[in-house]
Design a protein around this ligand. Structure first.
Ligand SMILES: Nc1nc2c(ncn2[C@@H]2O[C@H](COP(=O)(O)OP(=O)(O)OP(=O)(O)O)[C@@H](O)[C@H]2O)c(=O)[nH]1
Ligand SMILES: [Mg+2]
Length: 251
C-alpha cells in the first residue's frame, strides 16, 4: 500500500522550518569542471544548428485548475514542476520557455495556488504546481492544496514525471524528502533542479550538487539532478533534454 507522506497529511511541520542546511562532505572540483564542459558543449551546439529548448518556446497558457476535475483532458503527456514555495518553479518555467510573463512569479511565497497548465502542442503540456512548506499560508488553503496536489500526482495518467525544484542553498528539506519518497513509490520519475545557482560561487554550487547527487543515489528510483539558474538561463538545455525524453519527443 502506498502511504501518502505527511506533506499531504499534516498541516504544518515545525521540523521543516528548523531543519539545518545540508552540508555536503567534500569538494569535488572535478565534478564542476565536468559539468562546465558539458554545459559549454551544449551551449556551443545550441548556438550552431540545434537549439534544444526551442520546442518549449511555443508554450501558451492553457488553464488554471483549483481541482483535478477542472484540469484539461487527461490525454497525451505532461510534466509538472513541484517544490517548496519560492523554490523558483514559475521562474524555471519562464526561463525554459523563454517567456518572462508566462507563469506568474513573485517574491511573496505561496503565490501560485492553482494547478496552471501550459500547452506545448495538442498532446503535450507543462504544469506549474503550487509550492509547499510556506508557513504563512492559512490552514484551510494548505489543506486544500494538499488534497489537490495529492490527487493530481496520484491520479493523473498523462503525468510522465516531476521536475522537483530546490534552492541550491537549502536542498533536501524534510518535505522535499517526503515528496521524493512518495512520488517514487507511485512509480513516477523525478528530475531535480537545484535552483538559483547564480546565488552561489561555482565551488559551492558544485558541492551542493555533489551532496544532493550522493544523497539521491540512496533514494527510490534515484532521481537525476542538475544545477539551474533562471536568472542566468543556466541548465535550460539539460532540462529540455529530460523533458524531451519524458514527453517522447524524438530529436
Ligand atoms: N537569483 C535568482 N532568483 C531566482 C531564480 N529563480 C527564481 N528566483 C526568485 O525567487 C523568487 C521566487 O520565484 P518563483 O519562480 O515565483 O518561485 P515559485 O517556486 O514559483 O514560488 P510559489 O509559486 O510561491 O510556490 C522570485 O523573487 C524570483 O525572482 C534564480 O534562478 N536566481
Ligand atoms: Mg510559482
Amino acid at each position: 500500500m502506498v502511504v501518502r507522506p505527511s506533506i499531504v497529511r499534516r498541516i504544518a511541520d515545525p521540523r521543516d522550518a528548523a531543519a539545518p542546511p545540508r552540508v555536503p562532505r567534500y569538494t569535488p572540483a572535478a565534478a564542476l569542471d565536468a559539468a562546465a564542459d558539458r554545459s559549454a558543449a551544449r551551449s556551443a551546439l545550441s548556438h550552431s544548428s540545434h537549439d534544444p529548448a526551442s520546442f518549449y518556446r511555443r508554450a501558451t497558457f492553457l488553464k488554471s485548475a483549483a481541482r483535478l476535475d477542472q484540469a484539461p483532458p487527461d490525454t497525451g503527456a505532461e510534466v509538472a514542476f513541484a517544490g517548496r514555495s519560492n523554490a523558483g518553479k514559475s521562474s524555471a518555467l519562464n526561463a525554459l520557455c523563454g517567456q518572462r510573463g508566462l507563469a506568474r512569479t513573485s517574491r511573496t511565497p505561496g503565490r501560485t495556488q492553482l494547478l496552471n497548465f501550459f500547452a506545448l502542442d495538442a498532446e503535450r503540456r507543462l504544469v506549474d504546481l503550487p509550492g509547499y512548506g510556506y508557513a504563512r499560508v492559512s490552514i484551510p488553503v494548505k489543506a486544500e492544496w494538499q488534497g489537490v496536489v495529492a490527487d493530481y500526482v496520484e491520479r493523473r495518467r498523462s503525468l510522465k514525471g516531476l521536475i522537483l525544484l530546490m534552492d541550491v542553498r537549502h536542498p533536501l528539506k524534510p518535505l522535499d524528502v517526503q515528496l521524493i519518497d512518495w512520488v517514487a513509490h507511485l512509480g513516477r520519475p523525478i528530475h531535480v533542479l537545484l535552483t538559483k545557482a547564480d546565488k552561489l560561487g561555482r565551488g559551492a554550487a558544485a558541492r551542493s550538487l555533489e551532496g544532493v547527487r550522493r544523497a539521491l543515489a540512496e533514494a527510490p528510483l534515484q532521481p537525476s539532478v542538475q544545477l539551474f539558474s533562471a536568472v542566468a538561463a543556466h541548465g535550460v538545455d539539460a532540462l529540455a533534454g529530460v523533458l524531451d525524453r519524458w514527453l517522447e519527443r524524438v530529436n
